[in-house]
Design a protein around this ligand. Structure first.
Ligand code: IMP
Length: 175
């Protein structure tokens, strides 16, 4: 995609760096789950590219399902409300669940997802996120696998959008 110069988009994390970091995360997940059969749950829409790349580095037997949550719409700031647009189709009870997020910003979405999944009684629940806004996210539980800790910048590309655009950028950019 040709980047619109007027939109003031600045490169932030190159595709090659993302690729390298995903391999490192996958190596840890492969080790931690070597005797397990985890179910990866991608959070739509933002995580679709990340989960597609991550899953291809996973060497243990696994399943994939998706949850869809409400987005920020045309805003760069969280509305403070999260709603469920598509629930899971897979069995969660007794399973090892790994939630795959594109970015943890305020942390509201992962809290919502955690509460939702815990009601379904998984055997274990862990979180992996490509990006984590270190100065904003306030969580009382750990995000187990973090790709990159970033500042409070609004980022786009590699699945992340602004008003549904820019998801196809081949790398992370600051808007
Ligand atoms: P949280 O609930 O505030 O942690 O936000 C999580 C969701 O908001 C992510 O899954 C993204 O869809 C969206 N989001 C948060 N920050 C950004 C950003 O910088 N760029 C694009 N989307 C974002």
């Amino acid at each position: 995609m040709e980047v619109n110069k007027k939109a003031k988009i600045k490169p932030y994390i190159k595709k090659s760096e993302i690729k390298k970091r995903i391999k490192e995360l996958a190596k840890r997940i492969n080790k931690d789950y070597r005797h397990k059969k985890p179910i990866f749950i991608g959070i739509l829409n933002g995580s679709f590219i990340f989960i597609a790349d991550l899953i291809r580095e996973i060497e243990v037997e696994c399943e994939v399902d998706f949850l869809k949550l409400s987005s920020y719409g045309d805003s760069k700031i969280s509305s403070g409300e999260v709603t469920l647009l598509k629930d899971l189709n897979c069995k969660v009870e007794g399973e090892d669940i790994i939630v795959v997020e594109d970015i943890v910003d305020t942390g509201l979405s992962v809290k919502f997802i955690r509460d939702l999944i815990m009601t379904k009684k998984p055997k274990s629940l862990k979180f992996v996120t490509l990006l984590y806004k270190k100065d904003i996210a306030k969580l009382d539980f750990p995000v187990d696998y973090i790709g990159f800790k970033i500042k409070n910048d609004f980022v786009i590309g590699y699945g992340l959008d602004y008003a549904q655009k820019y998801r196809n950028l081949n790398g992370i950019f600051v808007l």
